[in-house]
Design a protein around this ligand. Structure first.
Ligand code: MRU
Length: 355
């Protein structure tokens, strides 16, 4: 990914430590945090310094490597794994990454585990980048098809939350096809849902699209349906935190409403998902563990004052309660197709990918 023309990943290891871009400081400040133990990584995931399904998978893998620096026997390995898995429940990538690391590391003698943990975490991070780039090429074909239907005029894509490179190690999921299309010279424009309560669209998606030079416009969360009714959206492209084996898509809260409006307007709704985001054990949407986050994320907003000060302000009455479910599930019947690194699949075709 590009930040002021320099190439970055969201997370990387260096001399037994982990560096990451602190997303709670964006879009106003680029802060790199250096972590040296598993507690710091658990805090980074919980507080959303790192966020996005593929990225928290990679972060947990690096967290496990940090955790094994002090001890690597079976009991300690299990304890570190549990700490990491408990940080956030919804994105399946996190538990998947930890369990994959655990299974592989148990095969090594205890004294070799710490070194192997770093290598395995790196492999996992590199795989994420490769998957996202492949997925981007498949998704680009869908945008190119829209461009040819529209005789080369701008393709308008609506996205929700941040499923760009900030949500991954690099490359992005929903935005990977957008970057691929833009880089290939196709005219694209992105409608960016602000994505209350934490504003991942307004603060992160808008920032990274701007860094890459992709035309985009931030809209309030409630504007998408209206734009769809007026022919201003050609496709909806989102990421996912967990996809059921039948193609139900769990993603940031509010995604379901966009899918309903798109279905009503016969606008294609795509979810871009690297295969580690598919939970093959998950049969029913109701079984997705939906994270309930702190109500203060609804009650308060943060922003830059005209004087350039970061400020957090309350936006609801002191007497009012707030509720903050962080994800919802879009049923498979509203999903046109899933874009994976192995190709494009309708929900009904998805099980063909099961290993
Ligand atoms: O709570 P967040 O910001 O971690 O939620 C992230 C999302 O819902 C993304 O859309 C999802 O992880 C897509 S993956 C790139």
């Amino acid at each position: 990914m590009r930040i002021q023309q320099q190439h970055f990943r969201t997370i990387w290891q260096q001399d037994g430590r982990v560096n990451l871009i602190d997303q709670t400081c964006l879009p106003f400040e680029l802060v790199i945090k250096e972590l040296s133990d598993v507690d710091q990584m658990c805090h980074a995931i919980r507080s959303m310094q790192v966020r996005g399904a593929p990225l928290i998978g990679a972060a947990a893998a690096f967290g496990l490597a940090l955790g094994l620096q002090t001890a690597a026997d079976d009991d300690h390995l299990q304890w570190v794994a549990q700490q990491l898995i408990a940080t956030r429940p919804t994105a399946v990538n996190l538990a998947w990454a930890v369990q994959r690391m655990q299974a592989a590391l148990r095969a090594f003698p205890v004294h070799q585990r710490a070194a192997h943990a770093w290598q395995l975490a790196q492999t996992l991070a590199d795989e994420d980048v490769a998957q996202n780039l492949a997925l981007g090429q498949h998704g680009k074909a869908l945008i190119a098809a829209q461009a040819s239907v529209r005789a080369g005029s701008v393709v308008n894509i609506l996205t929700h939350c941040n499923a760009g490179w900030l949500a991954t190690v690099d490359g992005g999921t929903a935005l990977a096809p957008v970057y691929a299309a833009h880089d290939a010279g196709l005219a694209v424009h992105v409608w960016v849902d602000e994505t209350r309560p934490r504003n991942q669209g307004a603060s992160l998606t808008a920032w990274e699209l701007a860094q890459h030079g992709v035309p985009h416009t931030v809209i309030s969360d409630n504007a998408g349906g209206h734009l769809m009714q007026h022919g201003q959206v050609d496709m909806v492209l989102v990421g996912a935190d967990r996809v059921s084996r039948h193609g139900d898509v769990c993603n940031k809260i509010g995604t379901y409403l966009k899918a309903l409006a798109a279905f009503d307007q016969q606008i294609p709704f795509y979810a871009a998902v690297p295969t580690p985001t598919i939970d093959w054990q998950l049969q029913r949407p109701a079984d997705v563990p939906i994270e309930m986050r702190d109500a203060d994320e609804v009650a308060y907003m943060q922003g830059l004052t005209e004087a350039g000060q970061l400020q957090r302000v309350r936006v609801i009455p002191l007497q009012s309660a707030a509720l903050n479910p962080a994800f919802d599930v879009t049923p498979a019947r509203l999903v046109t197709a899933l874009i994976t690194e192995r190709g494009i699949y309708t929900p009904a075709q998805l099980t063909a990918l099961e290993a």
